[in-house]
Design a protein around this ligand. Structure first.
Ligand code: NAP
Ligand code: FER
Length: 373
């Protein structure tokens, strides 16, 4: 754990709870470096690169002065922080589509925030915005990097989920890559998560038969009873994924939206129909492995079934985001897109909540509430 020399003098110790979770505390520091009456920004930084599953000790809670905005910038106070699997990739220095975080850097993350000071004529104090503002309570950003949110349209937290990045991932990853048709069978893995719940519901809107794969009986009941899935498999209690999925997909699989990879995907590959489409969205089962897994080789299925598998990044659809958000907003207002959020409290709770999300503790979108709305 690093020590930050620029902290206010304080009687409190650096606290961790029984499971090693970070507790809000001001660490002792050298005197006189900061004005103890000025507000402080609490930030979570990368302390060390995880080996396997991240641990709370891979993160650090640090205090810094609240920054001031320059011309064209705003100072915001974040209300909700989004926790997403891609952040695990940023903690590693393996080559990827985005640069790795440096040790000591504030963790990357999207937030919904309130403007508290503005030097951008387009944004007023009190406006609600969404942007990549990081795991911290306050941030300065260029006004043009932020999306203004209308708090009258929907709860502002949805701008990070069903009406934000994960909703758009489901929208473009399913509709653009797989073009699902009425009556087709759509399988989605990671079905009870932020992306998977939206994929399943859009597939239902398109008239498909939807089969979800998720990791608990409670998640399966929620998918079937509340989100309208036609069938669902708890992969943690099923021994034979292929056999169970075969029963749940008697007409084979036309569309597979893959959030997890690994053995679940191996089983789905054997069930593909001719001209099946696979959207490779994520490979969650592989993100925390210390050694790469070598699975069965089912790519031959793509030949035999003349099937298509395509990976994508949601950011490559940026020019069409407004279109996606308009349609998601219409479905949301019509009550066709239900959502659920798992909300941890306080920036100090973010590391534990992030690790919990990677282990499947979340139902729906994992958020952290940083301040009241
Ligand atoms: P999420 O599904 O809300 O949360 C992660 C879930 O992954 C957990 O709840 C857990 O649910 C499941 N999981 C964890 N380990 C697993 C394993 N070994 N096997 C199967 N499932 C496992 O996360 P999300 O934000 O919606 O992201 C879903 C996927 O989309 C991720 O792979 C992410 O990287 C990807 N993604 C891609 C893009 C893109 O542009 N390509 C954009 C956003 C997200 P269970 O209880 O079911 O295990
Ligand atoms: C993005 C592209 C991809 C992004 C997130 C992702 C937040 C997520 C990828 C993944 O989870 O694998 O621009 O922005």
């Amino acid at each position: 754990m690093s020590t930050n020399p620029s902290l206010p003098d304080s009687p409190h110790a650096w606290l961790r709870g029984p499971e090693g979770e970070l507790r809000s505390a001001i660490r002792p520091a050298k005197k006189g470096r900061l004005n103890p009456l000025a507000p402080l920004n609490r930030q979570i930084t990368l302390a060390s690169r995880p080996v396997g599953f991240p641990k709370v000790s891979d993160f650090d809670l640090v205090y810094s002065p609240v920054p001031s905005p320059a011309a064209g910038e705003v100072l915001v106070r974040s209300i909700y922080l989004s926790l997403d699997p891609y952040m695990r990739g940023r903690m590693s220095d393996a080559e990827s589509y985005a640069r790795p975080l440096a040790i000591g850097e504030v963790m990357t993350g999207g937030t919904v925030a309130c403007v508290v000071e503005s030097k951008d004529p387009e944004l007023q104090v009190g406006d609600t915005v969404e942007g990549m503002l990081g795991w911290q309570e306050y941030a300065v950003a260029q006004g043009r990097e932020l999306r203004k949110i209308d708090p009258g349209m929907a709860p502002v937290s949805t701008a990070l989920g069903v009406l934000g990045m994960t909703g758009l991932t489901a929208f473009f990853g399913l509709l653009d890559i797989c073009d699902p048709q009425p009556g087709e069978t759509v399988v989605v893995s990671g079905a009870a998560g932020a992306v998977g719940t939206v994929v399943g519901q859009i597939a239902k809107i398109k008239g498909c038969r939807v089969v979800g794969v998720a990791g608990s009986d409670a998640k399966i009941s929620w998918l079937l009873d509340e989100l309208g899935f036609d069938a669902a498999l708890n992969y943690k209690s099923a021994a034979d994924y292929f056999g169970r999925l075969h029963e749940l997909c008697p007409n084979g699989v036309d569309v597979y939206f893959d959030n997890v990879g690994g053995t679940i995907t191996d089983a789905v590959m054997r069930l593909l129909n001719v001209k099946a489409r696979i959207s490779v969205c994520g490979q969650l089962s592989q993100y925390n492995l210390e050694k790469p897994e070598h699975g069965p080789r089912y790519l031959g299925q793509l030949i035999v079934k003349q099937a298509k598998a395509q990976g994508f990044l949601v950011s490559s659809y940026a020019e069409k985001f407004h279109e996606g958000l308009e349609q998601l907003g219409r479905w949301f207002n019509q009550g066709k897109l239900k959502y659920r959020e798992d909300v941890a409290q306080g920036i100090e709770g973010a590391p534990q909540a992030f690790i919990g999300m990677l282990r499947g503790k979340n139902h729906g979108k994992q958020l952290v509430q940083l301040t009241g709305w």
